[in-house]
Write a protein that binds this ligand. Structure first.
Ligand code: NDP
Length: 302
């Protein structure tokens, strides 16, 4: 069998169109969604991510306010900036690009963000609400993964789902989202024993470990839905590099029912979901304008 390729670029494009339409509607009623993007230091990858986020925000009509700060910025200075942004009425979402320089206490900075403006969904209040099954802002990457899983399978109830990786930004929220969708969820990590056997029982595999091609196609159950979150730069020969996922794509595609490519799978969904979260924060802040929040899982509704 050859797997269906889940086209994250196309799904993200569809989602951006919905965000753009609803943003225009909200703007007509007097509220332009605003996203503050805080970048500390000169990490090359972070600069690329931030440029992509602000460009896409602008393209759907979301205003962005950029704060580029030197590597020497202190935790206290960042908290002061976050507090200013919390108070601004034109800022509905605050994104502090990670990783922060080592001397900065990232947890304290993230905790200072008003949970209502936490469009990354990393604040303890929002993470807690997700665990409790309450309505909240869900972290962008797992939300994007869930949308892609539903492209391949409309009903997830009763399916065995394996999330490989237990980070706070991907693995843990992903597992809770799948649980909310009635999957039987297993979380694997670096201390897990016999990962191939656990993989072999999973209808859905989400790999988020940051190890190039670590998940072999032979481990997968035939027909499994495979979501590859990993972004790893590897040597491509001739002095060139290329991006690969955490899953060995060639062997996995021969066995899976559906699979996301890298690049072009989860990556584009992460930013599209950030736009959804920003729009929804603005809708909530604006109150009763008649514009509803956008359900990223069912964007045609509402
Ligand atoms: P972290 O490094 O924070 O977490 C990695 C997790 O993988 C840990 O829980 C670790 O276990 C586990 N792990 C590591 N090696 C193995 C292994 N051999 N077998 C099983 N589990 C293992 O990474 P992130 O969650 O932040 O990111 C994961 C990947 O996803 C990275 O490649 C990252 O670049 C990518 N990513 C992509 C995004 C996108 O938009 N597409 C967004 C965010 C991340 P333990 O806890 O025991 O250490």
């Amino acid at each position: 069998m050859t797997a269906t390729i889940i086209d994250g670029r196309a799904v993200a494009e569809r989602l951006r169109k919905h965000v753009s339409e609803r943003t225009a509607e909200l703007a007509r009623r007097g509220t332009i969604p605003g996203l503050a993007v805080v970048l500390v230091g000169d990490d090359a990858a972070s600069q690329v991510y931030v440029a992509s986020k602000t460009k896409q925000a602008a393209a759907v009509g979301i205003q962005h306010f950029d704060f580029r700060l030197p590597t020497t910025t202190t935790t206290e200075a960042l908290i002061e900036l976050v507090r200013d942004l919390n108070a601004r009425r034109d800022v509905h979402g605050i994104l502090v690009q990670l990783p922060l320089p080592k001397h900065v206490d990232a947890d304290t900075v993230l905790a200072a963000i008003d949970p209502a403006k936490d469009v990354d969904g990393f604040h303890a209040v929002n993470a807690g609400k997700l665990v409790l099954g309450q309505e909240t802002t869900v972290p962008c990457t797992p939300l994007g993964c869930l949308i892609l899983i539903r492209e391949a399978r409309s009903n997830l109830a009763g399916l065995r789902a394996l999330v490989i990786g237990r980070s706070n930004i991907v693995g843990k929220p992903m597992a809770h989202l799948l649980l909310q969708h009635d999957c039987t969820v297993t979380i694997a990590h670096s201390r897990t024993r016999d990962l191939p056997a656990i993989c072999g029982e999973a209808d859905i595999v989400v790999a988020a470990i940051g190890r190039p091609r670590a998940i072999a196609g032979e481990w997968l159950k035939h027909g499994a839905t495979v979501i590859d979150v990993g972004i790893n730069r590897v040597d491509a020969g001739g002095g060139k590099t290329k991006l690969v996922g955490d899953v060995d794509f060639e062997t996995a595609a021969a066995r899976a029912g559906a699979i996301t490519p890298v690049p072009g799978g989860v990556g584009p969904m992460t930013i599209a979901c950030l736009l959804v979260n920003t729009l929804n924060a603005a809708v909530r802040a604006a109150g009763s304008t008649g514009v509803a929040t956008l359900n990223a899982l069912r964007p045609e509704e509402g």
